[in-house]
Design a protein around this ligand. Structure first.
Ligand SMILES: Nc1nc2c(ncn2[C@@H]2O[C@H](COP(=O)(O)OP(=O)(O)OP(=O)(O)O)[C@@H](O)[C@H]2O)c(=O)[nH]1
Ligand SMILES: [Zn+2]
Length: 459
């Protein structure tokens, strides 16, 4: 006779916590379940206990929300006879089951949830199922073996590189393009199509044909979702053997860009090199894993507008001292300028926004750097990847200022687009303060491109 503790007889308390009467999440001779009565299937029967993740989450379980598999253990003789009568035999267990086997949502997921799960799916290499469109498998991250598809979805800019743009009328640089190849795409072919870094290694692609796309809005949303996930914007379309797809509707995207759920999560005194009178404030949103911070220097007062600097994350410049951009010196100079203002009786705020690479993410920024090594400028490199050259969301910055009680600012920037983006969200920019620093041989072209092609006010 074998026995298992039954999930069905769960009582109150933390599932999977240590201690007698609670379950163990181990293989071997372990048993699985929570404190409660036992039941007794037939001798030698293997049982697999599936835990409903949502139930665990709702109960605040400390365990990871996933399925657990139970192994039988010897049962003391004589116990469980009455329970045996109450419990039908569970039969022979089958495996493997997917991690979410046995989990059923009682109501449909919210747009926020679908959007977050879709981003997560793309990062994991899982497909998404577009509402009003096909299943899309992300070319960069997919891990399934043997997926093939007749069609691939790429950006218009990437299509232009592949000499496909003249086959379609739309000149919109970020409009998606549906591509058919002579042979079906496998993953390697889809990746070669997606990644400009592979253009030299696999120069002979195609022949391809651009096809009519009658689910353009959904396709556009999928490319934007890939950008948010920080992966290459390219998909295999309706592939065979793609695996279980995550539902996603184009309208869910707005849930990712609306900063309404951003709140102040924590604040503390943080002496920094520029000033020992600084306070750091951390912001977090349930809709987004990125945690932004503000550094307030000086005494906040309502009769004097603060100097504000919006600094977008640049790991290479801020942390490693990269000479390719002006971010590191700008960050340092902004903190010192705000500290100087505080010494003169004013105050200021530096917003550190986790929007690396102007919103395309670190890996895609480094892909752009690689293209810059080949001679492309900062704007063309982004576009060649099929990504916008500006993808930051300034409403997040406006919401941070609002949460700090700041409505009028003196903004340190050379970028007029930052001024207008903030003003569109209701922040009054009463003054723009130039924030230009000396160039160096490595960033001179970058700064000239910002001036000549992006309209930055640089001399
Ligand atoms: N995609 C991409 N991002 C870059 C490149 N160089 C720097 N960045 C990113 O650009 C952002 C820096 O922008 P900021 O200095 O905050 O703003 P700005 O638009 O240049 O305007 P200013 O306020 O005048 O400095 C950071 O997120 C960097 O990671 C590049 O070549 N490609
Ligand atoms: Zn930088």
């Amino acid at each position: 006779m074998r026995c298992l503790r039954s999930q069905g007889f769960a009582e109150s308390g933390q599932p999977y916590s240590a201690g007698s009467g609670n379950a163990e999440q181990v293989a071997g001779r372990a048993w699985v379940g929570r404190s409660g009565a036992s039941f007794h299937p037939g001798a030698g029967t293997q049982l697999f206990v599936v835990v409903v993740s949502q139930l665990l989450a709702a109960e605040g379980s400390r365990a990871a929300a996933r399925s657990y598999v139970g192994q039988p253990r010897p049962c003391p003789s004589g116990v469980g006879a009455s329970l045996r009568r109450r419990n039908a035999p569970l039969g022979t267990a089958k495996r493997p089951h997917p991690a979410d086997y046995g989990v059923f949502a009682l109501t449909g997921p919210s747009p926020q949830r679908r959007a977050a799960q879709a981003v997560d799916a793309l990062r994991h290499g899982w497909p998404i199922a577009l509402d009003g469109g096909p299943v899309l498998l992300p070319a960069e991250t997919a891990i399934v073996n043997g997926a093939t598809s007749q069609l691939a979805l790429i950006s218009s800019a990437r299509a232009a590189t592949l000499k496909l743009a003249n086959q379609r009328e739309a000149a919109e640089p970020h409009a998606p393009v549906l591509v058919r190849a002579a042979e079906p795409f496998d993953l390697a072919a889809a990746r070669a199509l997606a990644d400009p870094a592979l253009d030299l290694a696999t120069p002979l692609k195609g022949p391809f044909r651009a096809e009519n796309l009658d689910w353009a809005e959904a396709a556009q949303a999928a490319l934007a979702l890939a950008r948010i996930a920080g992966i290459l914007p390219a998909f295999m379309v309706d592939p065979d053997n793609a695996g279980e797809a995550q539902p996603f509707a184009p309208g869910d995207l707005s849930a990712l860009s609306d900063p309404i759920h951003l709140t102040i999560a924590s604040r503390a005194h943080l002496p920094v090199d520029a000033s020992d009178q600084a306070e750091i404030v951390a912001f977090r949103s349930i809709d987004d894993t990125r945690e932004h911070v503000a550094l307030i220097i000086g005494e906040q007062r309502s009769d004097r507008a603060p100097i504000v600097r919006l600094h977008s994350e640049c790991l290479t410049g801020d942390v490693l001292g990269s000479l390719k951009c002006d971010c590191g010196p700008q960050l340092d100079a902004a903190l010192h300028a705000i500290a100087h203002e505080a010494q003169a009786g004013g105050w200021g705020v530096l917003l550190y926004l986790r929007q690396e690479g102007r919103g395309i993410g670190l890996v895609n920024k480094l892909r752009a750097y690689r293209l810059q090594d080949d001679g492309f400028d900062t704007i063309d490199a982004n576009q060649r990847l099929g990504l916008p050259d500006e993808a930051r969301d300034f409403p997040t910055a406006a919401r941070m200022l609002d949460l700090l009680g700041v409505s009028e600012i003196r903004l340190m920037t050379n970028n007029p687009a930052k001024v207008s983006a903030l003003e569109q969200t209701g922040v009054k920019v009463i003054e723009r303060l130039a924030h230009q620093l000396p160039d160096n041989p490595h960033n001179a072209r970058y700064l000239a491109t910002k001036r000549d092609r992006a309209g930055h006010l640089l001399t």
